[in-house]
Ligand binder design. Structure first.
Ligand code: ADP
Length: 184
């Protein structure tokens, strides 16, 4: 069963595709965005701390995110495999993840590649509560600044594959499955 990281900008379709991949391979879909949104909705302590940060499109501190991921990946259902969506997003998170998983703890990191125009068009159509224009712009900037450099980091470990994210969800899904099956 695959242990995957899906990287992609906001609006790349990584949430949708990660959920479908998790179902296909019978592993949990671990979305840090979903985990945080649930915490906000349930008004847990974490949710209360994270809400303003998320509304602004800023990043929740690395120590908090690493704690969340450590707990989630330790659960029995994630032992055999997982699809990580929205994590890691920073250098510290990537290194923390490597520390948690140890050598050969990941099978593949996929860069779901979609050009700017497509991303913006898609996002204006979806209207999530934290999707204000300002927050969207902030997230795209942070992605370029902090998350895009991780692509090189994964490539350096021979874990990175880029997949074209333009097309219908079914087309993109078929490309992803092909790449994953080829590699495992
Ligand atoms: P996107 O819409 O960019 O795909 P997500 O749904 O993954 O965003 O996450 C929504 C928000 O949750 C982010 O804007 C950020 O505030 C917070 N968040 C999610 N994952 C992380 C992470 N790994 N590190 C820091 N903050 C995160």
């Amino acid at each position: 069963m695959p242990r995957l990281v899906i990287l992609g900008r906001q609006g790349s379709g990584k949430g949708t595709q990660s959920a479908r991949l998790a179902e296909r391979y019978g592993v949990p879909h671990v979305s840090t965005g979903d985990i945080l949104r649930t915490a906000v909705a349930e008004q847990t302590e974490l949710g209360q701390r994270a809400k303003a940060t998320m509304d602004a499109g800023d990043l929740v501190p690395d120590e908090i995110m690493l704690g969340i991921i450590e707990a989630r990946l330790a659960a029995p259902d994630a032992m055999a495999g997982f699809v990580l969506d929205g994590f890691p997003r920073t250098d510290a998170q990537a290194k923390g993840l490597a520390g948690l998983l140890g050598a050969e703890g990941l099978d593949l990191a996929i860069d779901l590649a979609v050009p700017d125009e497509v991303v913006i068009e898609r996002m204006l159509g979806r209207g999530r509560a934290d999707d204000t224009e300002e927050a969207i712009r902030r997230r795209l900037d942070l992605y370029e600044e902090q998350t895009a450099p991780l692509l090189d980091w994964f490539a350096g470990q021979d874990l990175l594959v880029a997949v074209d994210g333009v097309g219908t969800p079914d087309e993109v899904f078929a490309r992803l499955v092909e790449v994953i099956d080829e590699r495992s």
